[in-house]
Design a protein around this ligand. Sequence first.
Ligand SMILES: Nc1ncnc2c1ncn2[C@@H]1O[C@H](COP(=O)(O)OP(=O)(O)OP(=O)(O)O)[C@@H](O)[C@H]1O
Length: 455
Amino acid sequence: MSKEPHAKETVALVVRPRECAIGRFRLQVTAGPDRGVERVSDGAELSVGTAAGNHLVLTDGAVSRHHCVITVTDRGFLVRDLGSRNGTRVSGFRVEGAYLGAGAVLGVGKSTLRFDPLPDEIVEPLADEERYGRILGQSMAMRRLFAALPRISTSDSTVLIEGETGTGKGLLAEVIHQKSARAQGPFVVIDCSSIPPTLIEAELFGYMRGAFTTALQSRAGAFEAAAGGTVFLDELGELPLDMQPKLLRALEERVVRRIGSLDPIKLDVRVIAATNRDLRQEVNRGTFRSDLYYRLNIVRIRLPPLRERREDIPPLVAHFYEQFARSGDPLPPAELVAAFTKQDWPGNVRELRAAVERAILMEDQELWFEATLGAPPGSTPKAAAPATTDYEDDIALGSFRAAKERAVARWERGYIETLVRQSGGNLSRAARSAHMDRNHLRELLRRHGISATEE
Ligand SMILES: Nc1ncnc2c1ncn2[C@@H]1O[C@H](COP(=O)(O)OP(=O)(O)OP(=O)(O)O)[C@@H](O)[C@H]1O
């Protein structure tokens, strides 16, 4: 029997030497208020929700604004719930995420959707180069990004970068700036998570002398200081809700006013924002304004976690090794690269970088493995606390200060890791139980490449 065209084998994502092929699919509403509506994917992602701007917009009141998203991955078509109010169901079962087969039935709100892969595909180019500026990567995901970056960098569009902590969002923002027409202008970073909510408006927009009791002199804000350049709004998901309309207004009107002044100052900046949260989930939760999300979501880049692009680990290890090696062999030992490639790296590239640095500091191989990968299976694990018997090793470091710093860093890491684990990975709980300031703990987590959830 001959195969009908629809019976042709479909593949989600195929990587060829200079391009990748993204499988197309159709989502059809088979029951609910929008019955009969359908949408064919036109990229690697298709979002479903009631908010305008989704690829498939539903009118069903039981569907959330940003309900779920289907992503084409090398493992198949992945549906992911976006923290919707009533959940996403696949064949009747509520799921956080699931791979879809042909004919899968999705339930969202009171609606039913049918998923069908199509035999055609969208072809996207892959860059030949395995770097873009200072960003390294040989994985398909990074080469796909490198192929798009020249166009993104030279446009003046707002960019939203999403990715877990340590995936390189800050680096990417800086490189986009350096490759843009604004490269000679300033690159001003505002970390929305580290500025107290009461000061953020002053930091962004500036103030006039006397605008508040401590304003002894007038000061320009980030938008003004970055004139001719780029403002990088890091950890944008942390921007207090009451500041969001003010930022939106500034971006729409392209003017800012210093606190205490009515004079408009024209904006001449490009905005790049980054977040380690999925802002669509924050919109559903009511902690991020939908209109601001759409204003920023002009060009969206997702930096995948390192565990989804393990091919990038060897070149990154080699790069950091060369950076930190004080003398001798600039190439990392093959066993180290092999062992690192198997790790999951919850703190992503930052954690990998710190691990390479530690490995080099500890010139003894056994210690490397223990300090970076934990004790080998079957051995009695030594605590991550300072190796109190290793004074000779410490003395060999050459200075009391370096040895003490290393010991404190090891202790700090062990303490924080245990604290976070005991607090179920929750930053607030961990900070409370150790009587620490949340921001200080967040900074330590960052430094050691340890991840924790915010809420
Ligand atoms: N692809 C890469 N190539 C080379 N270095 C990288 C790459 N990605 C990240 N790094 C390095 O890893 C470290 C962490 O990156 P960065 O600070 O940009 O991460 P981030 O995603 O902004 O983290 P956070 O969300 O915690 O602010 C930096 O030292 C950066 O230079």
